[in-house]
Design a protein. Sequence first.
Length: 131
Amino acid sequence: AADFETYFKNNPIDTAYQEAFDQAVSNTEMVRIANEFADSWKKEIESGYQKLLTVAPNEDQGEIEKQQAKWQTESQGRLDEIVQKAQETGGTMGHVQSAVDVMNFYRDRAREVYASLYEYDQNFSFVYKAE
């Protein structure tokens, strides 16, 4: 739904990340920031998933659990691919790109979970609070 896209686009994490990333003065700092926000997205996935199980009808819960388990099973392979790609790029920019790609990997999953949650709850809130 177009409404979900707007709702998700206005999430507080992207804004905080962009502000922090724009102020980063070194590649090391960029990596740290991307890692920090990857953790934020992991928390969103877990929170969204738990909320989704709470609001989804019983007949949908098995499918939701199956999708989450499949994603978790495939995660390590996908993360390994990201790291591999970064090593091919090499250097400090490879590290930065890898950290950003990992963050986006978690962001994409959070987006999927929240898109499902939005079908049941258009007013869900993100766990992240800007400092």
